[in-house]
Design a protein around this ligand. Structure first.
Ligand code: SF4
Ligand code: SF4
Length: 212
């Protein structure tokens, strides 16, 4: 695994990035990481990631925002919580993966592949109808991933339809969608408790070296 870029000056890094992550729920412990690698060793899917969990934490602290937000690792994370349970510094790594995904979606800086597409459509659909219609989500995701993909799903869709397992023109909807919208609105616009972030341990004038 290699770094996407080598920096020459500290200004090339985003010095506020770690503080932003640390101010999000779950991110507050990020400065306690001792880079022991337990999270990467325990993670069942780290072999499929482009950056191990330990490296994601190290890159966040060092200010490599672009590399972290474009990494596929948070999207590969299955939220099994093994890393969080075993971390000797009690860092909520799983929550940090969620924070990174949220930021990447807000800034539209995530790498385009099927998992973010699924999550994007899932959120849109649940926001709109309160429930998920799998057939429609499948079609939307397949369309995003190319016409070839969409066509390759036709035989399976036909089989499912014949056995009444797929309803193309049916949309699942919550009865009281307004209640869900009120909850979502309150979450997004209501008051937030921000925990104080610990000061950066990266001394000014230096950058932290992060290896795989
Ligand atoms: S297990 Fe915890 S302390 Fe060790 S590298 Fe991972 S996040 Fe850091
Ligand atoms: S929660 Fe995610 S990062 Fe942590 S061990 Fe599980 S899959 Fe890996």
């Amino acid at each position: 695994m290699d770094l996407a870029r080598t920096i020459k000056y500290e200004e090339e890094l985003d010095q506020q990035f770690a503080e932003r992550i640390a101010s999000e729920p779950g991110g507050e412990g990020i400065w306690d990481c001792i880079q022991c690698g337990t999270c990467s060793a325990i993670c069942p899917v780290s072999i499929y990631m482009d950056k191990t969990p330990r490296r994601i934490i190290g890159l966040i602290r060092a200010g490599f925002k672009d590399e972290v937000l474009s990494s596929i690792s948070p999207w590969i994370c299955t939220s099994c919580y093994s890393c969080t349970v075993d971390c000797p510094a009690k860092i909520k790594i799983t929550d940090i993966m969620f924070v990174v995904k949220r930021m990447a979606m807000q800034e539209k800086s995530y790498r385009r592949f099927v998992i973010p597409d699924i999550e994007e459509e899932f959120v849109k659909m649940v926001r709109k109808n309160g429930r998920l219609t799998e057939s429609k989500m499948g079609i939307k995701v397949a369309r995003k991933s190319g016409i070839g993909n969409l066509l390759s799903m036709v035989p399976l869709a036909w089989k499912l339809m014949r056995h009444d397992r797929l309803k193309l023109f049916h949309t699942e909807r919550m009865t009281n969608i307004d209640e869900l919208r009120t909850i979502l609105e309150a979450m997004e616009t209501g008051p937030r408790v921000t925990l104080p972030a610990k000061p950066s341990v990266v001394p000014t004038g230096h950058h932290q070296e992060v290896t795989a």
